[in-house]
Write a protein that binds this ligand. Structure first.
Ligand SMILES: [Zn+2]
Ligand SMILES: [Zn+2]
Length: 570
């Protein structure tokens, strides 16, 4: 059992106890245990003895015994009992923002509501607002959240979709010669509604039979047709479509199944559209089809019909940023704040992967929930960085590697940064990010960001909207105003590469490039392996047409040091 599985079970148990009005002291025992275990960082709960466990603050003998029970049996009897008394629909209500277990209990008890549909109706009729302790604003919050939940149903994040699509492809290539991932996954969209694959085979009937013989696939017979298998895979809540084309039309199929409608509607030389051409004569490669159409080749990720043709007039595929272009990794956390690996471990792994620099950017002092660094801790970290840098230079004089002193400074409510100027001046660079007071009007949020951008110590604007895909919308901002301010002040904008964020949204990257604003593909790594998230950042960057030239962390160590020296001496 992983730490997070154990913590989830404890949290859910606490919530359900609250719902069923258990003793408040008991509830607190569970919720504070979950909270404290969550702060353990790199220690593995499963490896700890009961005695070790009770040494953690907030963990008494009784909770330690419950953890032991989970580790031995894989479940918690107490939770099972609570689940038995709880309707399925109530569990779904826990996803609604603005109401916790206590309020859900009131709704359930007073109005007998135990599902999302009835909850929505009760909001619309004004019943919820009338409940004691609720009011109009809570009712509105519930309604907003219900809309959000509906919109995201059946959708999954890019990383989840990618893993599913690859697993399907790996399975299907064992049975068919030509198999490829297409659709949104191949276009690298940040959220996926349909996982789509293409199979080239001359007998669609045989393919359908084979597919239905695979036990991880469940067909939706009504939605399927002789050439398209539709259904679900491995119980993931997303639609799966497997399109079957004759082998000699496989390349045509790739173009047809990958491009968005707007892309395929592109007029071609000699009349007609790309779509019509792809439906006509067979080609052997995708490139051949674009060539026949008299169009420049467009990489799969860009086939959205959102300005890729105009982009191709000024750029070529070779200009697009790749993982190999990246020379350093900025915006990372260590055990100094809420990361799981030490500064040294983060640096060694970064060097091992072949990068030239690691930018540390632990949390700043106001971020107490993430153990943000007090000024004395900043000083201590800088001393350690100096020591490590000296060592790295000695170990490898012919191949430079360096840690850059950075910080992820909170942008406070009024837009100021989180340290005094004399401390800010000690960093090589500053990532400025919003982490608190996330509910703001667009005007307020924009003004707050612009004030931070105007701060001379800001080097990079971190995750500009604070969104968490499929779980938090992020505050609204005036993108143009924010990007224009960055252009004016020479501030770089982050593409936060965590598949949860992918923020700045790729749709705004081209506007940044037009304005001369560089983008930094930052993993926001809280553990060494988090560096790999930059693959998602590269994917959405390429989707937007981001070039190596405009990618900040494609600068070499020498170039970035030169850049920072100039910037910091202004
Ligand atoms: Zn952050
Ligand atoms: Zn961060």
């Amino acid at each position: 059992m992983t730490n997070s599985e154990i913590i989830d079970i404890l949290e859910l148990t606490a919530k359900l106890m609250e719902l069923h009005e258990a003793d408040s002291f008991k509830i607190k025992t569970y919720s504070s245990a979950a909270f404290n275990l969550d702060r353990l960082a790199d220690r593995n709960i499963a490896d700890m003895s009961p005695a070790d466990l009770t040494r953690i603050p907030g963990i008494g003998k009784s909770v330690a015994a419950k953890i032991q029970e989970m580790l031995e049996t894989g479940k918690l009897r107490e939770l099972e009992e609570l689940m038995d008394k709880t309707p399925q629909g109530i569990l779904a209500m826990f996803k609604v923002k603005g109401i916790g277990a206590k309020k859900i209990a009131v709704i359930w008890r007073e109005l007998g509501i135990d599902n999302l549909r009835d909850l929505e109706l009760a909001c619309q009729s004004g019943q919820i607002a009338k409940l004691k302790g609720f009011g109009e604003s809570t009712q509105q919050k519930i309604l907003d959240s219900l809309v959000f939940l509906k919109v995201q149903a059946g959708k999954i994040r890019m990383d989840v979709a990618d893993a599913l699509a690859r697993a399907l492809r790996d399975e299907l290539v064992r049975h068919f010669d030509k198999v490829e991932i297409t659709g949104e996954v191949r276009r690298k969209t940040e959220i996926v509604e349909t996982v789509r694959l293409l199979v080239g085979a001359d007998s669609p009937v045989a393919v359908q039979q084979k597919l239905n013989g695979l036990d991880f696939l469940t067909q939706d017979v009504k939605l399927s047709s002789p050439f398209v298998w539709r259904g679900k895979a491995m119980d993931v809540e997303v639609r799966v479509e497997i399109v079957i084309v004759p082998e000699e039309r496989f390349a045509n199929g790739l173009v047809l199944e990958t491009g968005a409608e707007a892309h395929l509607a592109q007029p071609i030389a000699g009349g007609g559209t790309l779509l019509q051409l792809a439906l006509a004569e067979p080609v052997t490669t995708e490139e051949e089809l674009y060539q026949k159409a008299g169009l420049p080749y467009i990489v799969p990720e860009m086939r959205e019909g959102l300005g890729e043709w105009a982009w191709a007039l000024e750029n070529t595929t070779d200009d697009l940023v790749t993982w190999d272009h990246l020379k350093g990794i900025l915006h990372n956390h260590s055990t100094y704040s809420d990361g799981q690996n030490t500064l040294e471990q983060m640096a060694l792994f970064c060097r091992e992967l072949g990068f030239e620099y690691l930018g540390m950017a632990d949390h700043s002092q106001s971020a107490t929930y993430a153990s943000g660094l007090r000024p004395d801790q900043v000083e201590r970290q800088h001393e350690e960085i100096d020591r490590l840098n000296t060592r790295f230079a000695q170990e490898n004089p012919w191949r430079p590697f360096k840690i850059l002193k950075g910080i992820e400074s909170d942008i406070l409510g009024d837009g100021s940064l989180d340290y005094t100027d004399d401390i800010l001046a000690t960093f090589d660079y500053v990532v400025a990010s919003v982490h608190s007071n996330l509910t703001m009007t667009q005007d307020k949020a924009t003004a707050r960001l612009i004030r931070a951008i105007e701060n001379p110590y800001t080097t990079i604007l971190g995750h500009p909207t604070g969104r968490l895909l499929l779980s938090r919308e992020g505050y609204p901002i005036d993108y143009k105003a924010v990007i224009d301010a960055c252009a004016e002040r020479g501030v770089v904008i982050e593409i936060n590469a965590s598949p949860w964020r992918l923020d700045l949204d790729w749709r705004w990257v081209r506007y940044c490039m037009e304005k001369g604003v560089m983008l930094s593909i930052n993993p926001d790594a809280h553990v060494r392996e988090g560096y790999y998230d930059m693959h998602y950042g590269v994917a959405v960057g390429r989707k937007a047409g981001l070039t190596r030239q405009m990618t900040y962390n494609a600068l070499t160590l020498a170039e970035i040091e030169e850049y920072l020296k100039k910037r910091n001496s202004r």
